[in-house]
Every structure is written in C-alpha cells, then in structure tokens.
Design a protein around this ligand. Structure first.
Ligand code: ADP
Ligand code: ZN
Length: 358
C-alpha cells in the first residue's frame, strides 16, 4: 500500500514524516534513524502488547532497553521522567543514544522531554499510535511533563529526527480516542484550509468508519499544515499560536474537570465552538461559519457545548492563568471565519463570560 512522505523543513534539522499502513514492519526504515549503539523504547501498557515486538525486531543488533509505563495523562509527570532517565542510565546510554516513543501524545511528550534532557539532548524518533499524536503532538518538537499546577509546565523544544505514523495501529485505538483526534484534524480546516473543511464535511462518515484512505488523507493534510507552520515558526512567536484555536477554552475545561473528564480533543472541540461563537458575538466572523463548525463536530460525535456543572467564573479564572495569556490581558485565538484564524489581544472579559454562560 502507499506510503506518503513529507518533510519538516528546518534546515540542518529537517526530518521526514512518513504515513502509511504497516510502517512498523519496515524495520530497516526505523533502524536507519537509530545511528548509535543505544536505543530506549518508551511505550505504555495498552500499546506494548500490540506493537512493541515489531519495534524490538527492528532494533535487533542494537543495545536497546524498553520502558512500559502505565497509560494516561496522569502519568506525564516528573516522577515518570525520572524513570526514563533511570532507564537510560541503566542502559549505559551515551550521547549517540536514541529515544523512541511508541504510543500516543503522553508517551511522545514524556519520551521527547527525556530525549531533550539526557546528556543535554539525544536523538528522538516518534512512532505515534493515536490519531491525535499522528496529526499534532508527534510533529513539531514540543515536549513536556505536567505539574499539579498545570499541564505542560516543564518542557523543551526538541525536534524528532523522524516521525513514522503506521496507520494500521489505529485499528486498535478506542473509538472515543479516534474521535478526539478528529477534533484536531477539524482544527486545521477551521484555522487555515476551507477546502479541507469542505472535504471533511464530505468525508465525515468515512472517517468515523475508519476508512483507511480517508484517514490517510486526513492525516497527510493535517501533517502538511503542521509541518508548514512549524517550519515557519518553530518556537511559537507568531503563526504557530494559531494552532491554539479552541485551546485556551479547552485547557480551562480540562483543568477544571481534572482527570476523568473530557479528553483533550473533546475539550478542544467545545473550545473551538466557543471561540467561533465569541468571534461572531464580537462581530468578527459570520454566524453561519460557527454553525458549520459545530455541525461538523457533532457529526463526528464530538461535544460542542460546555459539560454541565462547570462555573463560568472558574473557567474564566483558569483562562487568565493559561500560559498563553500575557500579563493578565486575555489573548485568544479567534477567527474571522472558516480558514481564517487570528490572534486577538485584549478580548473583553464580559464577552468571554457571555459565551461561557450561554
Ligand atoms: P493522546 O495521544 O490522545 O495524547 P494518550 O497517549 O493518552 O493520548 O493515548 C490515549 C489512550 O489510547 C491511552 O490509554 C493509550 O494507552 C491508548 N492507545 C494509544 N495508542 C493506541 C493504539 N494504537 N491502540 C490501542 N490503544 C492505544
Ligand atoms: Zn491540542
């Protein structure tokens, strides 16, 4: 079957993103990205039974270790980061070591941060196994762990040397996780690509049914957008901020609910609808585009309204603490309509409260 390949253009640090069914069986392709003697595979207990053996086979002849973590965002901690450091030390890993992340965004963020820190930075390969990780977190070099005070508060920019997305791994991904990933796919249409948004409207059922061609196309288009934005603005000084569309609202919902509430992608779905509604309220965007966005997300079986029981005051307070806010003034990503996201500084609090209360 076809393998699609694109490139993240970062000069000497450029790297390939390969997308296709069965990529994990291409042992030589993976081995080529592990130049040194040592490799550590970081994965979790849900992913390991399905896919770890194939990665181990690709590393035959290397000195490699593996670390199989309990799954879930609550594991993205400094303590687990310490476990990865200990595993690298036990392996005798040197400067030429490679850390391989096999799993979703949690494994990728944690393993990437470890790769950024071990001996001040070693090689890193992303093998994303969730749709969210394939279209978003595995590309772009953001790595982090959480603190009790907030998500992703400790981290680094550390680009991988390759991203291999084996779309066959999505066969075992729970449906709710797949749909949460689709929210981030819709985001690319919403912020930058009205033609892709039309395509998503036409292919919503195929995506939900995990049609392999539809999924591969959605992943490839999403990665192309992500790769382009990262190449133009690696450290989020400008354009990369647009990727946070729906995220200031979404993070507030996630933090307010704690673990066990909405998944990240689900919270982003709600957040994008709130951002679109706020844009319309402020007269910056047509109401009809808010309706199209909400309708597509609903067809993808994603939530589009705040879950019950959340206080508007509490959410607003969380939004002010978001690390993307600059010194108290609320800076949000809004849009002027489908495909046209923009940074809005100093959004009046009263207008934000209005969409949180609606
Ligand atoms: P995300 O990629 O959404 O940030 P996680 O890394 O937490 O999230 O992965 C979401 C959940 O899906 C976790 O419980 C993880 O163990 C599980 N998972 C990841 N990839 C697969 C897969 N291909 N098949 C089955 N379960 C998976
Ligand atoms: Zn996100």
């Amino acid at each position: 079957s076809t393998v699609r390949e694109l490139q993240v253009e970062l000069g000497a640090r450029a790297y390939p993103i390969r997308i296709g069914r069965g990529l994990l069986d291409d042992g030589a392709g993976l081995a080529a990205r592990v130049p040194g003697r040592h490799a550590l595979v970081v994965t979790d207990r849900n992913v390991a039974p399905h896919y770890l053996a194939r990665v181990e086979a690709a590393l035959a002849g290397k000195s490699f270790g593996k670390l199989v973590l309990p799954p879930g965002e609550q594991e993205k901690t400094l303590a687990r980061f310490g476990d990865v450091m200990a595993a690298l030390a036990a392996l005798g890993a040197s400067r030429d070591a490679t850390v391989i992340a096999l799993g979703g965004g949690v494994v990728g963020d944690l393993a990437g941060f470890a790769a950024a820190c071990w001996m001040r930075g070693v090689g890193f390969v992303q093998l994303p196994t969730t749709l969210l990780a394939m279209v978003d977190s595995s590309v772009g070099g953001k790595t982090a762990v959480d603190l009790p005070q907030g998500k992703n508060l400790v981290g680094a920019f550390h680009q991988p040397s390759a991203v291999f997305a084996d779309t066959a791994t999505l066969d075992t991904l729970p449906g709710r996780e797949l749909r949460a990933g689709l929210a981030e796919v819709v985001k690319y249409g919403a912020i930058a690509d009205p033609v892709f948004f039309d395509w998503l409207e036409a292919n919503a059922e195929a995506l939900l049914a995990r049609d392999p061609e539809a999924l591969a196309e959605a992943i490839a288009v999403s990665c192309a957008h992500k790769a382009g934005i990262v190449a133009r603005d690696e450290t989020e000084q400008g354009e990369r901020m647009l990727l946070n569309f729906g995220h200031t609202f979404g993070h507030a919902i996630e933090t307010e609910q704690g673990y066990g509430g909405l998944l990240h992608g689900e919270a982003v779905a709600v957040g994008m609808v709130l951002a679109a509604r706020l844009s319309a309220d402020l007269g910056r965007a047509p109401w009809s585009d808010t309706a199209r966005l909400a309708t597509l997300l609903e067809r993808l079986e994603l939530p589009v309204a705040l879950p019950p029981g959340l206080s508007g005051d509490a959410l607003l307070a969380r939004m002010k603490l978001d690390k993307k806010a600059v010194s108290g003034a609320l800076r949000l990503i809004l849009w002027s309509g489908l495909g046209r996201a923009e940074v809005a500084s100093a959004v009046p609090e009263a207008d934000i409260r209005a969409v949180l209360d609606a």
